[in-house]
Every structure is written in C-alpha cells, then in structure tokens.
Design a protein. Sequence first.
Length: 51
Amino acid sequence: MGKGDKKTRRGKLFMGSYGNTRPKNSNAKVEKAAEKAVVVEKPKAKAKAKK
C-alpha cells in the first residue's frame, strides 16, 4: 500500500491517474447526493370513504 498501489488515492496521485478513488470532479458526488435528497416521494392518496 502506498505510492505504487494503483487502487489507493496516494498511488493515483503519484501516477497522475483518475478513477473511483480520485474522481476528476469532486463536486459530482455532492450534486448527486443533493438531487437524491431533494426528490421526495409523494404520499399516497387516501381512499375515499363510501357513503
């Protein structure tokens, strides 16, 4: 584990590569999480009582 490990953040920094461990746009995760938080399921309509 360290600079030679392609799967770790430190290894990707050393090699200059990107991937799941080191995404190019770090704001993408924050935006996706915000979208999920905003989407709220609507409550189901209550059944009307028969007279």
